[in-house]
Write a protein that binds this ligand. Structure first.
Ligand SMILES: Nc1ncnc2c1ncn2[C@@H]1O[C@H](COP(=O)(O)OP(=O)(O)OP(=O)(O)O)[C@@H](O)[C@H]1O
Ligand SMILES: [Mg+2]
Length: 366
């Protein structure tokens, strides 16, 4: 989010005030009544996120336990100690275990967090950490992060304090990769320590100041960590270890990459995502609730055109998308190349079937 002018801060403040009136209660109740098991959470994720079996397991356990623990603590404070929600949120402490997801671009890191937050019914805010490495300090940005969370929570401060913040491009704040000479990635990482661990923050909205704590906010950080695999494998060779590097990933490896040990300690739960295979990409089109090919089918239906992909066509698309090395995002770009001409010409001139087969794909995308 861009830095806000005082005027727009004031306007957001007013808007949030209105929203807040309308929907207290329901959202809070949903969180306090949270009772999904990790297996239920994963089964829901499976409908959207294809592959990444191990990663989905790690994350569904982390999220289910985080919210179950929080719900129990709040219920206890409110029932046994007769506190209101405000006091309960302030006075309860639960051990928090933030999550770090490592994996190639477009393989579902941000997507998993978003899908999971939908099921739990908590607000989800995505923050790009590269903007921190540009200015070199966190200060004002910490309050911008919380403002995004507050907006995602419809202005409800209680709900915001129980939300999920996804910190994108966390690998870009590693000390080595900071491009600006006068800026220290270390400073940025140090600045995040308090925020991710849990701290009281004040958001200034012009006419009012809102105080928000991140004590119960679950942070999920995601990054590509391009050369991490090499770092782990070298260490494994040195120590005579054999097996899948992902099972041997240690905090030391992140430190070697340029991450601060203190920050890594605050992300104790880790998942490594795999690059999506041709098979995975095919399944995303066939099985995911948010299949990109199905989105095109629906688009064209609005013009009276029944778009049909043959099996071979889907395989051809998946194969080409895999070569893009942009994960599932490659599917959109290949599908668009395949369909562009017809998306342009057919509306208004053709109704009925449009069959896309393997040949059709090969003609349009080499
Ligand atoms: N495993 C997957 N299953 C289904 N859809 C996926 C999967 N991975 C990615 N997608 C689709 O691709 C989009 C982009 O994925 P996502 O935002 O999760 O990438 P990312 O891993 O966070 O990459 P980056 O490192 O570039 O941020 C998602 O919104 C989703 O539509
Ligand atoms: Mg992402």
């Amino acid at each position: 989010m861009e830095r806000l002018s005082p005027e727009s801060r004031r306007q957001i403040g007013e808007k949030l005030g209105e929203l807040r009136e309308n929907q207290i209660g329901e959202a809070v109740e949903q969180i306090i009544e949270f009772n999904k098991t990790p297996a239920e959470l994963k089964a829901y994720m499976d409908q959207f996120v294809i592959g990444q079996e191990k990663g989905k397991k790690v994350i569904s356990v982390a999220i289910a336990y985080h919210y179950r623990r929080l719900a129990n603590a709040l219920k206890h404070a409110m029932v046994e100690n007769g506190e209101d929600l405000d006091a309960a949120l302030r006075n309860t402490t639960t051990p928090k275990a933030n999550v770090l997801i490592v994996g190639p671009t477009g393989c579902g890191k941000t997507y998993t967090g978003e899908v999971a937050s939908r099921l739990v019914g908590v607000p989800f805010a995505v923050e790009d950490l590269t903007k921190f490495s540009e200015v070199g300090y966190v200060g004002q940005d910490a309050s911008d992060i919380l403002l995004d969370l507050l907006i995602a929570a419809g202005g409800n401060t209680h709900v915001a304090q129980m939300g999920i913040v996804y910190l994108d491009e966390v690998d870009k704040i590693a000390t080595e990769s900071v491009v600006y000479k006068d800026v220290s990635g270390r400073g940025v990482q140090k600045g995040l320590l308090k925020l991710v661990e849990g701290a009281e923050n004040t958001i200034d909205l012009g006419k009012e100041r809102i105080s928000l704590s991140t004590r119960h906010v679950l942070f999920i950080a995601g990054g590509v960590y391009e050369s991490l695999e090499g770092i782990v494998k070298r260490r494994m060779t040195r120590d005579g270890l054999e097996g899948d590097w992902k099972d041997y990933l240690l905090t030391d490896d992140f430190v070697a990459y340029g991450m601060e040990r203190q920050l890594m300690g605050r992300f104790p739960i880790r998942a490594v995502y795999d690059p999506l295979t041709v098979e995975n990409l095919r399944d995303i089109m066939l099985k995911s609730e948010e299949s990109p090919s199905r989105a095109y089918v629906n688009d064209l239906k609005a013009w009276g055109i029944d778009l049909i992909f043959t099996d071979e066509a889907l395989t051809e698309v998946a194969r080409r998308a895999e070569q893009e090395r942009t994960g599932a995002r490659g599917l959109i770009s290949i599908l668009h190349q395949v369909l562009l001409e017809d998306m342009y010409c057919l509306p208004g001139t053709h109704t009925g079937e449009l069959v896309v087969d393997g040949q059709y794909v090969r003609e349009r995308v080499r």
